[in-house]
Design a protein. Sequence first.
Length: 112
Amino acid sequence: MSSTMENESSVTRYKTLEIDSVRYRTTFNKKFDQRKPYEPINPDHILAFIPGTILKIYVKKGMKVKEGERLLVLEAMKMKNDLIAHRSGTIKDVLVAEGERVPKKQLLIELE
Protein backbone atom coordinates (compact mmCIF):
# COMPACT_ATOMS: atom_id res chain seq x y z
CA MET A 1 0.00 0.00 0.00
CA SER A 2 2.84 2.39 0.74
CA SER A 3 4.32 1.79 -2.72
CA THR A 4 1.00 2.87 -4.29
CA MET A 5 1.06 6.08 -2.27
CA GLU A 6 4.62 6.78 -3.33
CA ASN A 7 3.70 6.26 -6.99
CA GLU A 8 0.71 8.61 -6.72
CA SER A 9 2.74 11.34 -5.05
CA SER A 10 5.56 11.06 -7.58
CA VAL A 11 3.06 11.53 -10.45
CA THR A 12 1.80 14.89 -9.18
CA ARG A 13 1.02 17.04 -12.18
CA TYR A 14 1.72 20.73 -11.73
CA LYS A 15 -0.11 23.42 -13.62
CA THR A 16 0.75 27.06 -14.22
CA LEU A 17 -1.41 29.75 -12.63
CA GLU A 18 -0.84 33.34 -13.75
CA ILE A 19 -1.82 36.23 -11.48
CA ASP A 20 -0.83 39.81 -12.34
CA SER A 21 1.76 38.63 -14.88
CA VAL A 22 3.45 36.37 -12.31
CA ARG A 23 3.45 32.64 -13.02
CA TYR A 24 3.09 30.10 -10.23
CA ARG A 25 3.63 26.36 -10.55
CA THR A 26 1.01 24.61 -8.41
CA THR A 27 -1.59 21.87 -8.20
CA PHE A 28 -5.32 22.54 -8.51
CA ASN A 29 -8.03 20.77 -6.57
CA LYS A 30 -11.08 19.24 -8.29
CA LYS A 31 -13.34 22.16 -7.33
CA PHE A 32 -10.95 24.67 -8.93
CA ASP A 33 -10.74 22.61 -12.14
CA GLN A 34 -14.56 22.47 -12.43
CA ARG A 35 -15.23 26.17 -11.77
CA LYS A 36 -17.36 28.17 -14.19
CA PRO A 37 -15.48 30.53 -16.48
CA TYR A 38 -15.76 34.25 -15.75
CA GLU A 39 -18.39 36.07 -17.79
CA PRO A 40 -18.39 39.87 -17.78
CA ILE A 41 -21.70 41.53 -16.90
CA ASN A 42 -23.72 42.57 -19.95
CA PRO A 43 -25.29 45.99 -19.22
CA ASP A 44 -28.10 45.24 -21.71
CA HIS A 45 -29.40 42.27 -19.68
CA ILE A 46 -31.71 42.43 -16.66
CA LEU A 47 -31.29 39.19 -14.68
CA ALA A 48 -33.15 37.68 -11.74
CA PHE A 49 -30.96 38.25 -8.69
CA ILE A 50 -32.89 35.66 -6.64
CA PRO A 51 -35.28 32.80 -7.55
CA GLY A 52 -38.90 33.89 -7.45
CA THR A 53 -42.16 34.59 -9.29
CA ILE A 54 -42.89 37.42 -11.73
CA LEU A 55 -45.91 39.28 -10.32
CA LYS A 56 -46.25 42.27 -12.64
CA ILE A 57 -44.54 43.45 -15.84
CA TYR A 58 -44.71 47.18 -16.58
CA VAL A 59 -42.91 47.24 -19.95
CA LYS A 60 -43.41 45.79 -23.43
CA LYS A 61 -41.12 45.13 -26.37
CA GLY A 62 -40.19 48.37 -28.14
CA MET A 63 -41.01 50.68 -25.20
CA LYS A 64 -38.57 53.42 -24.30
CA VAL A 65 -37.60 53.50 -20.62
CA LYS A 66 -35.74 56.05 -18.52
CA GLU A 67 -33.19 55.34 -15.83
CA GLY A 68 -34.98 54.51 -12.56
CA GLU A 69 -38.26 53.45 -14.22
CA ARG A 70 -39.95 50.27 -12.89
CA LEU A 71 -39.66 47.29 -15.23
CA LEU A 72 -41.25 44.44 -13.26
CA VAL A 73 -42.00 43.05 -9.81
CA LEU A 74 -40.23 39.86 -8.69
CA GLU A 75 -41.65 38.16 -5.61
CA ALA A 76 -39.11 36.15 -3.64
CA MET A 77 -39.49 34.79 -0.11
CA LYS A 78 -42.79 36.71 0.34
CA MET A 79 -41.08 40.00 -0.53
CA LYS A 80 -41.95 42.08 -3.59
CA ASN A 81 -38.86 43.41 -5.34
CA ASP A 82 -39.14 46.15 -7.96
CA LEU A 83 -36.59 45.77 -10.73
CA ILE A 84 -35.76 49.16 -12.17
CA ALA A 85 -33.91 50.29 -15.28
CA HIS A 86 -30.27 51.05 -14.48
CA ARG A 87 -29.99 53.16 -17.63
CA SER A 88 -32.23 54.69 -20.29
CA GLY A 89 -32.91 52.69 -23.43
CA THR A 90 -35.41 50.70 -25.46
CA ILE A 91 -36.80 47.32 -24.46
CA LYS A 92 -35.44 44.83 -26.99
CA ASP A 93 -37.30 41.82 -25.55
CA VAL A 94 -39.27 40.70 -22.50
CA LEU A 95 -38.44 37.03 -21.94
CA VAL A 96 -40.83 36.22 -19.06
CA ALA A 97 -44.56 36.35 -18.39
CA GLU A 98 -46.58 37.29 -15.31
CA GLY A 99 -46.94 34.35 -12.94
CA GLU A 100 -43.82 32.61 -14.25
CA ARG A 101 -41.34 31.16 -11.75
CA VAL A 102 -37.72 32.03 -12.53
CA PRO A 103 -34.40 30.71 -11.20
CA LYS A 104 -31.50 32.91 -10.09
CA LYS A 105 -29.60 34.59 -12.97
CA GLN A 106 -32.33 33.95 -15.57
CA LEU A 107 -32.48 36.61 -18.28
CA LEU A 108 -35.71 38.59 -17.81
CA ILE A 109 -35.43 41.66 -20.05
CA GLU A 110 -33.03 42.81 -22.77
CA LEU A 111 -32.33 46.50 -23.37
CA GLU A 112 -30.99 48.21 -26.47
